[in-house]
Design a protein around this ligand. Structure first.
Ligand code: FES
Length: 118
């Protein structure tokens, strides 16, 4: 039996602890959008605007198409940076939100640090 149908893998966002399932044939951005977080901006969804920039901390991804060099340099790419709309996970992935996505997505996360100590 050919087991080439797409699988779902678990993707986690290191800064927020959010997890979502993503198919191995869909983009990380598509999966992330299902989280329903209002701060996730989907820009061009075509590798050109850079708003969905992430760093792959753990796991592996495969390319779904070209990534704009204006937003991800070869050096950044070597360090795990890519565009979430242009890659699909091939195994469980932990990613770190970068670039312009970071601010709205993480929202008020900085205020957590201001909780009074007990
Ligand atoms: S949404 Fe524009 S590069 Fe990903």
């Amino acid at each position: 039996m050919g087991a080439t149908t797409c699988q779902q893998v678990r993707v986690s966002v290191s800064q927020t602890g959010d997890c979502f399932d993503c198919a191995t044939n869909e983009s990380l951005l598509a999966g992330m959008l299902r989280l329903g977080r209002k701060g996730i901006p989907a820009g061009c969804v075509n590798g050109g605007c850079g708003v969905c920039k992430v760093r792959i901390v753990e796991g592996a991804v495969q390319s779904l198409g070209p990534v704009s060099r204006a937003h991800v340099s070869t050096e950044e790419e070597a360090n795990g940076y890519t565009l979430a709309c242009r890659v699909a996970p091939t195994q469980a992935v932990c990613l770190e939100v970068a670039a312009r996505l970071r601010k709205p997505f993480l929202g008020g996360a900085t205020s957590v640090a201001q909780r009074p100590a007990t």
